[in-house]
Structure formats: C-alpha cells, structure tokens
Design a protein around this ligand. Sequence first.
Ligand code: UD1
Length: 418
Amino acid sequence: MDKLIIKGSADLRGEISIKGSKNSALPIMVSALLSENTLKLSNIPKLDDIKNMSLLLRNYGAIIKSNGANLELNCKKIVNRDADYDVVRKMRASVLILGPLLARFGKAKISLPGGCAIGTRPIDIHLDGLKKLGANFTVENGYVVGEVNNQLIGNHIKLSFPSVGATENIMMAAVRAQGKTIIENAAMEPEIVDLVDSLNKMGSKINISNKGIIKITGVKKLTKSNHKILSDRIVAGTFIIAAVMLNKKFKVKEVEPQNLKALISSLKMMGANIKIEKNIIHILPTTKLNGIKIQTSPYPGFPTDLQAQMMALMSLAEGNSQIKENIFENRFMHVPELNRLGAKIKVQKDMAYITGSRNFKGAQVMASDLRASVSLVLAALCAEGESEINRVYHLDRGYEKIENTLGKLGPSIKRKKY
Ligand code: UD1
C-alpha cells in the first residue's frame, strides 16, 4: 500500500487547470452500452475508477481505445454476463450497467453492492424505477437478477429521493424503452445534465427542466457521437478550499463557476476573497475567516463531496461552525483523523460541531474514503511539521496523482510504499 508524506506550512502558488469530472465520465462511459455505434469521449481524467470502469465494460465485450485524455468506446458486440461482487464492491458506479443491460438484453445480473465506507447505500430507488419500466427483480445469493418480459415500456416515475445514480440508471434504460418516460424528483446535479447532453448527441430524446423533471422519448437506435466531459467541480472546489486554507493567491482554471455557487457563497460568507472571471476562479488572501453553519443537500445545495474539505477549513476559521450531513449516513469518518491533526470536532448523529481557531499539527492518519482522504491532505498542508497519510488508494480513485499535481504548485508531498 502507499502512503503520502506531507510537509506542513506549505506554499501554494500559480494555477491549476481542472480536468474532466469522474462522476460525469463514469455514467457516460456506461451509456456506450446502449449503442451499437462508437462513442468518442475527451477530457477523461486519469483515475483508478476510470480504469476499473474500462475493465468492467471490456468484460462485457466493449472495445475501448484509450489515448491520453481520449477514450473511444464501441459496444456493438457485447455479451451479457454477471457483474460479480469484486467489481461492484470496488466501485459503486458499476450498478449503473443495470439499466442499459436490461434495455439491450432484457436481462441483467449484478452483485448487490453491499455495505460501503459511507453508509449502507442501497439500490432500492434504482430498482423501483426500473420496475416501473417493466423489469422484474429477484435476489439470489447476493445477486440481483433483473428480467424484462418483452421490452421496457415508458412510464411516469416519481423518485422517493433525488438519487444521482438512480436518476442515471433509470434515464439510460428509458432511452431504449418504448414510448415516453417522465422522471419526477430527479437529481439535477451538473453530472446528470452532462449525461443528458451526451445521450442527446447520441440520438436520444431527453428534455431536462431545472425543476427536477426529466422527459425521455424512447428511441430504437443510437448514432455515433463525440462528447467532451464536463470539468470536475469537486476537484475544483477542493483546490479552492486549499487556497483559502493556506491563505494564498491562487487561480483555478477551466471550471464552470455556476456549478460551484453553493461553495463559493459559503466561502464568501466565511470571509474568503474570491473573484470570478468566466472559467477562472481567483482566490486572494484575506484577513479573517469566520465560522458558519452549512448543510449538505442535493444540487444546487452544498455538495456532500465537499463536506470533509469544508470541515478542515472550518477548523481554521475563527469561532464555531456546524455541518449537517443530509445525504449520507456515517459520512463523518474523517472527524477522528482531523482531530488527530489537532482539530476539535464533535459529532452527534448527522451534525458535526467544529470549534475553530485550531492549528493543525503533523500526525499519522488513515484515509477512509475518497473525499475524507483529501480533507486530511488539506489539513496536513496547513499543519506544523510533517504528516503521514496512510491508505491513499482511496485518493487515487478521484484525484490524479495528487503528489504530482500539488508538488508542482509548491507543497512538498511524497508517496512511499509500506
Ligand atoms: C453520487 C456520486 C457521489 C456523491 C453522491 C451524492 C457518482 C459516481 N457518485 O453517488 O460522489 O457523493 O452522488 O451527490 O456519481 N440511496 C438510497 N437508495 C438508492 C439510491 C440511493 O437510499 O437506491 C441513498 C444513498 O444511500 C444516499 C443517498 O440516497 O444516502 C444519495 O445517494 P445517490 O445520490 O444515489 O449517490 P450515488 O449515485 O451513489
């Protein structure tokens, strides 16, 4: 396993250009299963999750050519197989193949994702929606087996919660269903809009309104197409928070500021000095940061994927802060580790209470999930002395070689095997 050794009191200078979003790229790669024609993607980030998704799709017979940030996927000759526990366990986004496989073969068998580091994360909303399109499900030996009598048929579906994955899964199935589907209370995350954009370029007929309603008219065939993956708002947000924490002048380029409104307004409320210019976000030093109260919620609310990073920042601000986590149960696993680095955070159910004005001090810590890991990196960059972050494989799922990216911008950060 790898660990990161990070020197504290770090500098941060210059600028970073943000690459494509992992959470956009994964479902868009899966959508290739719906088509007999080639899907060409650009701005693909170099991440372990992307490699794992390519392996999964290749296992179904997809022909995938990768060249730098470009990926070409052809699923003309795919075969139906089981997606076993090893694959689904590593990457929850694997459940997204369910809808497309049902649409294409009328049958699919995938391992249930089971428990995971950030809560139980069931797939009931995915299954309820697909049932409304005519699929029947049984559970056998830890696998969910879906079957369709004839063809999926469009329907009116109201989601019990705007789940990102369920919206994607149901929408992809509906693209190849017969007739019209309406998804109400759908997730509206920018990554969903990116998937809709790409599917429409492939010949789908999808209309998305900003009121949580997606209308899909099924089509028989999809065409070849090209799509550039949307810039990663979570990676952008992480670097913005890093610059605010280190109180440096820094530029985050190739971002879509309109997708980061909740973060930017929270940071400004704390006293951060942020200027926006088209696709660039400028972070400038500030004199004082105050504590605030935030809560995570579905888009356009504050993203749960930036909660851990925000908590690290709140530890440095003057006064007290609070975070209510509304999306995932048990998404506070970074708290004991941040406390080892000198933070003072207490958790009660879905609430975290942060006592500010803390100085981080270098320590050995353990990464638990993707975004939790990066909050430890941010805290370590600000700490007095050296820190060691163990189990960085979580980090590699969502941040391209962070030691290289950050290393070029000033900090001393090294990877070691242990
Ligand atoms: C996606 C993102 C993840 C982000 C999350 C919320 C990807 C690959 N991952 O995950 O980074 O943190 O959105 O913005 O895009 N739920 C159910 N039943 C279901 C589905 C979900 O109860 O059938 C619950 C989950 O347990 C969770 C909540 O709904 O508590 C949100 O989950 P969901 O929006 O589905 O997140 P993901 O698609 O897994």
